[in-house]
Design a protein around this ligand. Structure first.
Ligand SMILES: Nc1ncnc2c1ncn2[C@@H]1O[C@H](COP(=O)(O)OP(=O)(O)OP(=O)(O)O)[C@@H](O)[C@H]1O
Ligand SMILES: [Mg+2]
Length: 505
């Protein structure tokens, strides 16, 4: 179906189209150039009216509207169309741009399912469906799973725009393929999901396995409290680590150090450390468990593992994430090296196949300009994970607060609605393939719409992600509804109380 024609000045990368209707931004079209069919993406769309272009007052506007309605030539629909490459080469997974620009007068036609199906939905088991093209909805949008496990993924959007929905969709499909997924669930959003192959775990920390400075984080010893940190470091001896009754052994060792007559000034700090140990034992007893085996043993291969860290303080969550990331990387390294016969070391490993780790609220764990243990390990996995089959997915509503070095290592991105310019700028600098016009689109996306760029797609795509049915994840609270129900209960309660009173007396 003819949509219009190329007009004005053309370039090999961009043309202007004059069309019979306004083309929506994000629509894919075909330019029937002499050299072959070219795929184009509408990046800008303008409609203007000759009669209404230069009106001076209200009455003239009314008249001009009538004139415009009668004149078929009044409206002009102009579109800026970015050239993505020859259709034939794109269907084979390669983008080849024309050497010479399409001549003005070249026909622009609607892209069909036959044209685009192979590009956005290759028939290959690596590719899974996550939605449809936003402006060509009859065409499915698929993504290459292998690319995100080996080259990582960023899911970025304002709150409530569909990040967790996409996470659930991906995680479920990976688990269905017998892959291992771990979601680091900061707000306990995912444990209510109802899928087969789910393994919900309350994340725990075994304090015996930590380093002294990490233990001090877990006990919430203040960062500047140097003497307290020193006391803890001295008290955290190998004997304490191995003693049957860990907390008591640690507590008495701290007391012993505080009683050193040569360092009377330590006494007060040792008391404070004892308080902290006492606090941690009572307040965090659910999550600090010196009697558990390795926390990583709770994770199951071939499952969707949900690690609930919602009971942790931020510092504890940071320690836990750092611990899991470090262990997972070491495990995968051992597995890959053993398979390749590269190592003589006999470090045993748990996971035989690649793992995909998803970090929600990534800006908390991988913050810009701040040192954090989890950040160190996330950055290391972002750089090295590829070799060992450990993929990272960072999910955030504040891309501007994420360490740029880590964000730029994400080989693929799904970006949903984002209004803040700081965030847009950060995304633009992280992803070269995301053009300025695309970024401009981010403000106008609706819930569930996303721009997909990077290695998991053959072409940048504006899509609508399928909504996951089933239990709602992290949905907004229905305050008004809950108040109404509570009031009803109160009324019913009061009434039955009256009935009761009347009957009984
Ligand atoms: N693809 C979609 N299609 C239709 N509705 C969607 C889609 N994705 C999400 N929604 C709706 O939007 C709501 C919020 O989605 P979701 O929890 O995924 O957002 P989020 O970006 O993770 O938010 P937060 O930043 O608060 O975690 C969902 O409860 C769902 O109703
Ligand atoms: Mg969410």
């Amino acid at each position: 179906m003819t949509l219009g024609f190329v007009i004005g000045e053309s370039k090999p990368t961009v043309v202007t189209g004059q069309t019979s209707r306004s083309l929506p931004i994000g629509e894919y079209v075909i330019i029937n150039s002499k050299e072959g069919k070219i795929v184009g993406l509408v990046e800008k769309s303008v409609v203007s009216s000759a009669a209404l272009g230069d009106v001076k007052n209200y009455d003239e506007t009314l008249e001009s509207i009538e004139v415009a309605a009668l004149n078929k030539r009044d409206k002009s629909h102009t579109a800026m169309i970015r050239i993505l490459g020859f259709l034939e080469s794109l269907q084979k997974g390669k983008a080849i741009l024309p050497a010479i620009p399409p001549t003005p007068g070249t026909e622009i036609v609607k892209a069909t399912k036959d044209d685009l199906g192979q590009i956005f939905g290759p028939e290959n088991e690596e590719w899974i469906k996550i939605g449809g093209l936003l402006r060509n909805p009859e065409i499915d949008s698929l993504i290459n799973l292998n690319k995100i496990v080996s080259r990582h993924l960023g899911i970025l959007a304002m709150t409530g725009m569909g990040k967790s929905n996409l996470v659930t969709l991906l995680a479920k499909q990976i688990a269905e393929l017998d892959g291992t997924v771990i979601i680091f669930d900061y707000h306990n959003d995912y444990s209510g999901l109802d899928f087969p192959k789910m393994n919900v775990i309350d994340a725990k920390i075994n304090p015996r396995l930590l380093e002294a400075d990490t233990l001090s984080d877990v006990l919430e010893i203040r960062e500047g409290a140097d003497i307290q940190q020193r006391v803890l470091r001295l008290a955290f001896t190998p004997e304490v680590k191995e003693s049957a009754n860990f907390w008591e052994a640690l507590d008495s060792q701290v007391q012993y150090i505080g009683a050193n007559p040569d360092r009377k000034e330590d006494r007060h700090s040792a008391d404070r450390v004892q308080d902290k140990i006492d606090d941690a034992r009572h307040r965090s007893s659910e999550i600090l468990d010196p009697d558990m085996s390795n926390p990583v043993a709770l994770i199951k291969e071939g499952r969707l593992n949900i690690l609930n860290v919602s009971e942790f303080t931020d510092r504890q969550a940071n320690v836990a994430l750092a611990y899991y990331l470090q262990e997972l990387l070491a495990d995968r390294k051992a597995a890959v090296n053993a398979k390749g016969g590269k190592t003589k070391s006999k470090r045993s490993y748990r996971f035989n196949t690649p793992i995909f780790v998803i970090i929600e609220e990534a800006h908390v764990f991988i913050p810009k300009n701040e040192d954090a243990k989890a950040k160190y390990w996330a950055a290391k996995i972002a750089r090295e994970g590829r070799k060992f089959g450990l993929g990272l997915c960072i999910v955030s509503q504040r891309p501007r607060d994420i360490e740029a070095n880590v964000l730029s290592q994400m080989g693929s991105l799904a970006v949903m609605k984002i209004v803040q310019e700081d965030d847009q700028r950060q995304i633009a600098s992280a992803a070269e393939s995301i053009s300025r016009e695309f970024i401009g689109q981010l403000t106008s996306l609706n819930i569930g719409d996303a721009v997909l760029v990077g290695q998991w797609v053959n072409l940048p795509a504006i899509v609508h992600i399928d909504e996951m049915k089933g239990k709602k994840i992290g949905s907004d609270q229905d305050a008004v509804g809950e108040w109404a129900v509570a009031k009803k209960f109160e009324e019913v309660g009061a009434k039955s109380m009256k009935d009761l009173t009347r009957k009984d007396f």
